[in-house]
Ligand binder design. Structure first.
Ligand SMILES: Cc1cc2nc3c(=O)[nH]c(=O)nc-3n(C[C@H](O)[C@H](O)[C@H](O)COP(=O)(O)OP(=O)(O)OC[C@H]3O[C@@H](n4cnc5c(N)ncnc54)[C@H](O)[C@@H]3O)c2cc1C
Length: 302
């Protein structure tokens, strides 16, 4: 059976796309491996009406709501390949099964590459963080750190003092130029030049950053901007145009979330430079409704 749409990724973006199609009674198959990007955090913040809930709880509720529609099917597997065929698209799963769809929505999310500093990985999503809007209020007024990893880190170092007194850790890297140092000074940011040995504390708690010269700089949370990459290479397989975002590549889409490949839509973190669950859901809603409109108004093209 050929589905009206196959959605690769069943998290904030994918489920939001699915429910729009489900409510139009279109056949939708959602393929998902269950690894949303924020799975390392014990609570998600800022999402309308669901502030502070665990990410997996939010997603389980959302999935249950989507699954209540009779035209939706879930497949808990990895999509490993996708290609155009005469009826739309064929998606191959890790176990070799093939799914057929008239339209395709990519919502497979990003993965983060964390800096190779001892103590970072086991604190990711708890006391080592990327976004103060998601996880900042919890550390309000306490000493905080920003790790220099990308040019964007200077911007982060200027932002974080909003939540607490901030140290900018250069980790032995280049010292910012005079105008940048002036901007940081205006935000009362302390610059720490020494290389970092590791993070200390009973993980996931963070007591501070141990420097190569032996000092411990006490902080409650460390912010950093990890480089990102796609969880799947399916966008490249399909020939979707990509563009450079500040932390990694993103899939180019128009305002309706259509990629450069006709019939292929993309939504969520993989399509935008700024990432959060609300944006991802909004993208999914747009992709789902746009796919439905294309199914209605261009039936012969599918
Ligand atoms: C540590 C951390 C904490 C965060 N906290 C917050 C917060 O508090 N509030 C907030 O708004 N945002 C938060 N975010 C951002 C938020 O996680 C993302 O913006 C959001 O998850 C993006 O949703 P998405 O649907 O685009 O992708 P994801 O949520 O990453 O979902 C992608 C889905 O695709 C599936 N998938 C991947 N590859 C395949 C494949 N080949 N086949 C089938 N399925 C596949 C995955 O299993 C996953 O379920 C946080 C991010 C991080 C890293």
């Amino acid at each position: 059976m050929r589905n009206d749409a196959i959605i690769i990724g069943g998290s904030f973006a994918g489920l939001s796309a699915a429910i729009q199609l489900a409510r139009a009674n279109r056949s939708v198959c959602v393929v998902d491996t269950g690894t949303p990007r924020n799975r390392f955090a014990s609570a998600s913040h800022g999402f309308f009406g669901q502030d502070g809930l665990p990410p997996y709880e939010m997603l389980a509720t959302a999935r249950e709501k989507v699954a209540a529609y009779p035209s939706v099917r879930f497949v808990d597997s990895a999509a490993v390949q996708a290609n155009a065929d005469e009826g739309g698209f064929a998606v191959t799963l890790a176990d070799g099964r093939r799914l057929l769809g008239r339209k395709l929505a990519l919502a497979f999310g990003l993965k983060d590459t964390l800096p190779d500093i001892p103590g970072v990985t086991e604190r990711w999503g708890q006391t080592v963080l990327h976004c103060p809007y998601c996880h900042g209020f919890e550390f309000l007024g306490r000493p905080l750190g920003v790790l220099s990893v990308l040019p964007l880190s200077v911007h982060q170092a200027q932002l974080i003092p909003e939540w607490g007194p901030t140290t900018f850790f250069l980790n032995g890297g280049a010292i910012p130029d005079e105008p940048t140092r002036a901007l940081l000074a205006a935000r009362h940011v302390t610059i720490e030049t020494a290389p970092i040995i590791g993070l200390e504390g009973d993980a996931p708690k963070l007591d501070g950053v141990r420097l190569a010269d032996g000092r411990l700089v006490e902080i409650a949370a460390l912010y950093l901007a990890p480089r990102t990459s796609f969880q799947s290479d399916i966008a490249s397989q399909l020939g979707c145009a990509l563009e450079n975002g500040p932390v990694g590549p993103v899939i180019k889409t128009d305002a309706m979330k259509l990629t450069s490949v006709p019939g292929v839509y993309a939504a969520g973190d993989i399509t935008r430079p700024m990432h959060n669950a609300t944006f991802a859901s909004a993208d999914g809603v747009m992709a789902g409704t746009a796919i439905h409109r294309e199914l209605v108004f261009q039936p012969l093209a599918a």
